[in-house]
Design a binder for this molecule. Structure first.
Ligand SMILES: [Zn+2]
Ligand SMILES: [Zn+2]
Length: 372
């Protein structure tokens, strides 16, 4: 039996690099050799035991790779050796939900999210891709792995916050939290034509990055009350759209307080427990507000569109990849990412430990503040 290296979830706060069986593709499936992947905030929730997955599962849902094997039924559509990405969400394209246009809910609630959730994920040398015909997205010539590694999840999710918020040209938009997803939501607000984009966070470096990606104004939570400032910036009305990109009661509430009557709260955060909408911010339920939630859109057509935006330089996500590690060093990478050490935004992980980007000299930003 052929084996491969993979990062396996062993239980709360335990992950390990292990040799496991290499997958082989069935009908309509493909196996890709992972060349680059990354860590997501959702992986942190999983490892900390805040989002349950089965012990023994290979984690990770952001794959960039090369087609290694194609199962039956894909003849003439793809070829081995082709460079591809696969969305974090892998819709089947056939079921009730897919055919009703809610691909991320494929098969039922949150069902489109399979990698590192219900099936083995991308923190491995090889990855089995289900419904390959709907999900393998060829990488445009000229783009490097790191140019597209944020497309499977972070860029797709962040942008979807702006899309689901139905931002119109000239809208005022506030984006609560400027982690990687919030930063991509900020970039998305700009792409959708917002005039005033307000980025909110407590980390001044992240606010600097928010300005780089499209925010005209930033609010540091350590210095200012965001709701007061947002009202001041919008003639007392509030923004047309607020995007919540953290998943906490406080940010949800602030986002709700920040929108004008008839405005939209577009929520991207992953919440735990109960959410409360305060009476006055909710206008007793009579404010004509819209609250929308979105799970990362996936599928090959979504990936094609996102990579086209990168290819044609409508967005530059390069600065978000701040650190690089070999997959073997996942524990160190996870520590840096999960504690936001060293100015980290996203880490690139390379299963090939000889990859030049994983040598010490190539590691990104220098030491900085520890947000732990
Ligand atoms: Zn994710
Ligand atoms: Zn489906």
């Amino acid at each position: 039996m052929r084996t491969m290296k993979a990062v396996v979830f062993k239980g709360t706060n335990r992950i390990a690099v292990e040799e496991v069986p290499r997958p082989t593709p069935g009908i309509g499936e493909a196996v890709i050799k992972i060349t680059t992947t990354t860590i997501c905030g959702t992986d942190v929730h999983i490892v900390r035991g805040e989002y349950p997955v089965a012990p023994g599962l290979i984690l990770g849902h952001e794959p960039v790779g090369i087609i290694d094997q194609l199962g039956a039924g894909l003849e003439g559509l793809y070829r081995t050796g082709q460079r591809v990405i696969v969305g974090a969400i892998t819709p089947c394209g056939q079921c009730f939900y897919c055919l009703n246009g809610v691909h991320s809910q494929c098969g039922g609630g949150i069902g489109g999210w399979r990698f590192g959730n219900t099936i083995n994920g991308a923190w491995a040398e090889y990855l089995l891709v289900p419904d390959a015909r709907a999900n393998l997205a060829p990488i445009p010539t000229g783009l490097a792995d790191e140019d597209v590694v944020l497309c499977p999840d972070i860029f797709s999710t962040g942008l979807s916050g702006a899309e689901s918020g139905n931002i119109r040209v000239g809208d005022a938009v506030a984006v609560f939290a400027q982690g990687p997803i919030g930063l991509c939501a900020t970039a998305g607000a700009k792409l959708k034509g917002a005039s005033l984009i307000i980025g909110i966070d407590s980390n001044s470096r992240r606010l600097d990055m928010a300005r780089r990606l499209g925010a005209n104004v930033t609010i540091n939570l350590n210095d200012e009350d965001p709701v007061v400032q947002i009202k001041r910036l919008t003639d007392g009305r509030g923004v047309d759209v607020a995007i919540e990109a953290l998943g906490r009661q406080e940010t949800f509430e602030n986002a709700l307080r920040s929108i004008r009557p008839g405005g939209t709260l577009s929520s991207l955060g992953v919440y735990s427990g109960k959410l409360i909408a305060p009476y006055e911010a909710f206008y007793a339920g009579l404010g004509d507000q819209k609250i929308v939630t979105t799970l990362c859109p996936g599928g090959k057509e979504r990936m094609r569109r996102l990579m086209a935006m990168v290819e044609h330089r409508r967005v530059d996500l390069g600065p978000l990849v701040t650190h690089r590690f070999a997959l073997d060093d996942i524990e160190e990478a996870f520590d840096v990412f999960s504690h936001q050490r060293d100015g980290v935004l996203k880490v690139a992980l390379y299963p090939d430990s000889a990859h030049p980007a994983t040598t010490r000299d190539a590691v990104g930003m220098s030491a900085g503040d520890d947000q732990c």
